[in-house]
Design a protein around this ligand. Structure first.
Ligand code: SAH
Length: 450
């Protein structure tokens, strides 16, 4: 059967792709269909044919998979933030397990690869400690919500079931203040208006909340009215900050922060280490699962270890490792993150960790060349994975153990294959569901020298 764009076909969905779309086959060609679930049989219309696969949309479901459920969020089909909310949670976990195992088998060549476990959340809602609401206008009224895909049109939403349930009260209080003071939301198309975003962070440790109001102007009128409304609505608020962003970019925070109430930071804790978080700091967005992930990565850490933590960010894993290990060295490309790592080390009285601001590919070969011999190496690279220079330097350093933490199974599989050729074998592997209902999945692979 030859596929033709615009034609309709019956398709049985077999699996989930790494972006969350369902995948089936027509005449051995993979067809990717959003909003489908493995086990569904659907009539689909082909929207695009590419070299090695095709894309399609659902016309109707003929037989619904027993893994399918009514998405608990009414905006699931419009938002695009969660790709798997129409699947039972246990089925999501099983699919994520398959994504990791298939990548390790097909790309990595580990033909018998099997995850020891796939750790899910007991309560897979309200897990995000950070949420951004964009300002906009609908029917002449100020609203906050998220952008419809590829546009600046705001779809109103005061709270998201993956975030803190107190967010709605914060959004309502700020909207009320704007209405009373006739403050306009910023319009990116007209380049007019004042308030752009509300950025909310919460601490798992003590429930404290930071509210950052992103505005194009450095002053807001009758600021006490705003802070009073917020404090009254949500007493957990311990920090209110104006972030001044006069830029055209709608997505980022500006550089200047003005604290209008409380502290200019909140604190959170991961495995006994305190982190001080300011508006611009990077911090893991699901602290509950971050703890589980790091516990797996540090399963085998020993008091005699000399640890190298590559791609260390603000030193989260490094500082936890430093509680047990003899010495820890962190490498991270973003200088501000390294500053935060040093501050966090001080805050926790840790003196056996040091951090370098440089790229892994530059610094790691140099450190090994100079004779540094870590016996335990941790890598937690971004989605594109590590690179040949870094991997070769790791092999040259010949540590006893490696913990590879990954947010992208395909690049993990590629890099693990290189390490395996360099003399390492897989000792343990586990998946961790850091972002329930999205297609993202984290994984830890522990390797040891053969
Ligand atoms: N381990 C940290 C952060 C992991 S995210 C934590 O758990 O919090 C990956 C980190 O790699 C980011 O902080 C990013 O800035 C950094 N990074 C990206 N490319 C890099 C490179 N080439 N060399 C070093 N660090 C890099």
């Amino acid at each position: 059967m030859r596929l033709i764009t615009g034609n309709e076909y019956e398709l049985k969905i077999e699996s989930i792709a790494s972006d969350g779309r369902g995948v089936g086959h027509i005449d051995r060609i993979a067809v990717f269909v959003p909003f489908t679930v493995p086990g569904d049989t659907a009539i689909v219309r082909i929207t695009k044919i590419l070299k090695s696969y095709a894309e399609a949309e659902v016309i109707r479901i003929i037989q619904s998979s027993d893994k399918r459920r009514l998405p608990p969020c009414p905006l699931f089909y419009e938002c695009g933030g969660c790709a798997l909310m129409h699947m039972e949670y246990n089925a999501q976990l099983e699919e994520k397990r398959s994504i990791i195992e298939n990548a390790m088998r097909r790309i990595g060549g580990f033909s018998n690869f099997h995850l020891d476990k796939m750790i899910g959340m007991d309560e897979p809602y309200n897990y995000r400690n950070k949420m951004v609401f964009h300002a906009g206008t609908v029917d002449g009224k100020t609203v906050f919500g998220f952008y419809a895909p590829k546009s600046h049109k705001v779809i109103p939403l005061k709270s998201c079931i993956t975030g803190n349930s107190l967010n709605a009260k914060i959004v309502e209080a700020i909207t009320e203040y704007m209405d009373e003071m006739s403050i306009q939301p910023y319009d990116y198309d007209l380049k007019r208006g004042t308030i752009r975003q509300i950025f909310i962070r919460s601490s798992k440790k003590d429930g404290s909340i930071m509210v950052v109001i992103v505005t194009g102007q450095s002053k807001l009128p009758v600021i006490n009215l705003l802070t009073d409304k917020l404090k009254k609505a949500v007493p957990e608020i311990k920090s209110i900050i104006l972030n001044i962003n006069k830029d055209k970019s709608p997505h980022s925070l500006g550089k200047v922060n003005k604290t209008i109430y409380g502290n200019d930071y909140i604190e959170d804790e991961i495995l006994g280490i305190t982190f001080r978080i300011s508006p611009q700091s990077f911090f893991q967005i699901n602290p509950t699962m971050t703890e589980k992930l790091y516990k797996e990565a540090l399963l085998d850490i020993k008091p005699t270890d000399n640890v190298l933590d590559i791609y260390c960010g603000i030193g989260t894993i490094s500082l936890i490792a430093a509680k047990t290990a003899k010495k820890v060295t962190g490498v991270e490309i973003v200088p501000q993150a390294v500053k935060d790592a040093n501050k966090n080390a001080k805050l926790n009285g840790i003196t056996n960790a040091s951090f370098f601001a440089d790229s892994a590919e530059n610094l790691v070969p140099h450190l090994i060349e100079k004779g540094e011999r870590p016996n335990f190496i941790i890598l937690d690279p971004p989605r594109k994975g590590s690179d040949k220079e870094t991997i070769n330097a790791i092999i040259k350093a010949a540590p006893e153990r490696i913990a590879y933490v990954s947010c992208h199974p395909a690049t993990l599989a590629r890099d693990a294959a290189l390490l395996s050729r360099g003399g390492y074998e897989i000792a343990a592997a586990c998946g961790v569901d850091m972002f329930p209902h999205t297609a993202h999945v984290e994984c830890v692979v522990l390797m040891s020298r053969k």
